[in-house]
Design a protein around this ligand. Structure first.
Ligand SMILES: CC(C)(COP(=O)(O)OP(=O)(O)OC[C@H]1O[C@@H](n2cnc3c(N)ncnc32)[C@H](O)[C@@H]1OP(=O)(O)O)[C@@H](O)C(=O)NCCC(=O)NCCS
Length: 245
């Protein structure tokens, strides 16, 4: 399925959605390249000699991290400008008890195309023609969180206090995506004894540098928006789960 959007440079951006075997090796190759050039850099807390270097992913690593086997269903939404990949979202759908769930496993937009609504549009495309009961994302980036809230509910400006009524621990434990299933929840939303400023995040041991996300958080707060997800320790990502009534 494909559609078009006019970009701020007046070019037409094409969107397409693919499931399972429709996600070709050539698509995965392009995604790994976009991710490796645009995602982020390793923080000082990252082990080895990676600190300060770009976070990269090979096509094989991307498949193994973000595309679990059946019965999980894997989806890719791509945005292309004149055939060049400029943004993508990867997601996995599965069923837990009687709930149809969708987890965003990777969201990335090329630096030159940011702040034009592309991430929001990619996520909105992902949810088109689907009856998901809930969407989850683990991300250190406040703009990714804001995009998910805009695409799947009313937007960050509509969240007065963040709550989850679904059984989130059991949902994470049932998720076919390895890094989601092994993420350790942290924050006052899950444990009222926690008083370190964390509200809703998880230890994923993903040591991406927080300088860019911190700047993004300042930008969000300068709009007068109260950030409801709390502080983010090193190696953690904000956990956002959006329920569809
Ligand atoms: C996070 C990322 C995907 C956002 O992509 P994007 O296309 O720029 O996002 P959008 O334009 O759809 O904007 C999403 C939200 O962020 C806000 N935003 C984006 N850029 C902004 C800026 N420079 N200043 C203020 N707000 C900004 C938008 O206003 C929107 O929020 P709103 O709907 O509440 O107004 C992109 O920055 C990225 O690829 N970052 C690196 C990879 C990453 O961290 N991915 C997330 C991990 S899964």
């Amino acid at each position: 399925m494909s559609s078009k959007l006019r970009a701020s440079n007046n070019k037409m951006i094409g969107f397409s959605i693919h499931e399972g075997v429709e996600i070709t090796n050539s698509m995965i190759h392009d995604i790994a390249a976009l991710f490796s050039d645009n995602y982020g850099i390793w923080s000082a807390a990252a082990q080895g000699r990676r600190q300060g270097r770009r976070i990269r992913s090979s096509p094989a690593r991307l498949r193994s991290d973000c595309s679990p086997g059946a019965p999980a269903r894997n989806f890719l939404v791509q945005a292309r400008d004149a055939d060049i990949l400029i943004g993508h979202v990867l997601a996995t759908r599965w069923t837990f008890q009687d709930l149809d769930l969708c987890w965003i496993t990777q969201l990335c937009v090329c630096k030159n195309y940011r702040h034009q609504g592309l991430a929001t549009k990619l996520l909105a495309k992902l949810s088109e023609n689907n009856d998901d009961d809930g969407f989850g994302i683990l991300s250190s980036h406040p703009f990714a969180v804001a995009a998910a809230l805009r695409a799947f509910s009313g937007g960050l400006d509509q969240v007065e206090e963040y709550t989850i009524s679904f059984p989130i621990r059991a949902i994470l434990a049932s998720c076919p995506v390895n890094y989601v299933r092994t993420a350790e929840l942290r924050g006052s939303l899950f444990d009222i004894e926690v008083i370190d400023g964390t509200v809703s995040c998880a230890d994923t041991k993903f040591f991406v540098d927080h300088t860019e996300p911190d700047t993004a958080l300042d930008a969000v707060q300068s709009k007068g928006i109260q950030w409801p997800f709390g502080r983010l320790p090193e190696g953690h990502e904000f956990l956002v789960f959006i329920e569809h009534p």
